[in-house]
Design a binder for this molecule. Structure first.
Ligand code: IPM
Ligand code: MN
Length: 356
């Protein structure tokens, strides 16, 4: 098969972790006899520095022409500390999501047995956690208009908007995944307060009837935040709106012991994007210390979701498991002070696949 991918490393540790994921992708392609062609493009703060635009047209064109996008991370402290900056790196990511129609962000959360001791939660609580959070990605308060400031600057406002159609397509997707998994969907909202949440619940209650083999439950987001750390393995598929999903998935990610382990797939109308759920970790940029596993596992999702190449995805997962078992981990996961560099972890995983 011919794989044609766009590589968008972005900012901070993005280039280093994407490099390792690309190394692994190349090895898998050699091993399984696929032809890989890839091109790099700019996004985020580095794109602003070079072109003034966080998601240049050229980058968008490349994404549109590719079969999948491998994405690193965006963000730079010089913007975080300057709330009045007009152009921000995050606009690049949001613009890409909107223009590619990536309405669903799929974030699987599962634990690695050998890392359970790293979790801030007790092992008996964390054990066997295997859930999938499906976050709506192109609507809600992130994109609703009006958004702005009053003329005198003393009042600011954002607007949360959802249409029936936006809710329908993501809720159906949640049921599609639940069917292949443990047949349970938790719809997370704030229907006791928000009008958009009441529409979510109304739509989900209609759709629920079409999937009698799936158990559906409804949960307010504050309760969900609590249950997620009290009893994470009660969840199977969680479906929720954009901002609730953003917050809950960061929370869910630490259950596994490190934010550096969790991949994601953003899918929708045009080319799908595969990216780690963590950010650009600017303090670690250029130091070769960041954990590349979330991005390597995102490449596994890319093989599976974008190319339907299941054995290839499985092979990457197996190699990652083996690296953790062997203690070939970056400093965030180090035991007894022994840790490896970003590039060493990536190389170990690639070599494992090569020699398999
Ligand atoms: C994420 C990030 C982004 C988001 C930021 C960088 C805009 O936190 O992908 O979860 O809030 O969606
Ligand atoms: Mn986030």
């Amino acid at each position: 098969m011919k794989l044609n991918i766009a590589v968008l490393p972005g900012d901070g540790i993005g280039p280093e972790i994407v490099n390792e994921a690309l190394k692994v992708t190349k090895t898998v392609c050699e091993k399984f006899g696929h032809e890989l062609s890839y091109k790099h493009a700019l996004v985020g703060a580095c794109a602003i520095d070079k072109t003034g635009n966080p998601y240049p047209d050229e980058t968008h064109e490349l994404c549109m022409q590719s079969d999948a996008v491998l994405f690193g991370a965006i963000g730079d402290p010089k913007y975080d500390n300057n709330p009045s900056a007009k152009v921000r790196p995050e606009q690049g990511l949001l613009g890409m999501r909107k223009k590619l129609g990536l309405y669903a962000n799929i974030r699987p959360v599962s634990t690695f047995d050998s890392l359970i001791y790293k979790s801030p939660l007790r092992a008996d609580i964390v054990k066997d956690t295997d859930l999938m959070c499906i976050r709506e990605l192109t609507g809600g308060i992130y994109f609703g208009r009006p958004q702005g400031r009053s003329e005198d600057g003393t009042i600011a406002y954002d607007t949360c908007v959802y249409s029936r159609e936006e809710i329908e397509r993501i809720v159906h997707l949640a049921y599609k995944y639940a069917k292949q998994r443990n047949k349970k969907v938790t719809v997370v909202d704030k229907a006791n307060v928000l009008c958009t949440s009441r529409l979510w619940r109304e739509v989900a209650q209609e759709i629920e009837k079409q999937y009698p083999e799936i158990t559906t439950e409804y949960m307010f987001v504050d309760n969900a935040a609590m249950q997620l750390i009290q009893w994470p393995n009660r969840f199977d598929v969680i479906v929720t709106e954009n901002m609730f999903g953003d917050i809950l998935t960061d929370e869910a990610s630490v259950i596994t012991g490190s934010l550096g382990m969790l991949p994601s797939a953003s899918i929708g109308i045009h080319t799908s994007v595969f990216e780690p759920i963590h950010g650009s970790y600017p303090q670690a940029a250029g130091k070769n210390i960041a954990n590349p596993v979330a991005t390597i596992l995102s490449a596994a999702l890319m093989f599976e979701y974008a190319f339907n190449l299941m054995d290839e995805g499985k092979m990457i997962r197996e190699a990652v498991d083996a690296s953790i078992e062997a203690g070939i981990v970056t400093e965030d996961l180090a035991q007894n002070g022994k840790s490896y560099k970003t590039s060493e972890v990536g190389q170990w995983i690639a070599d494992y696949i090569k020699n398999k």
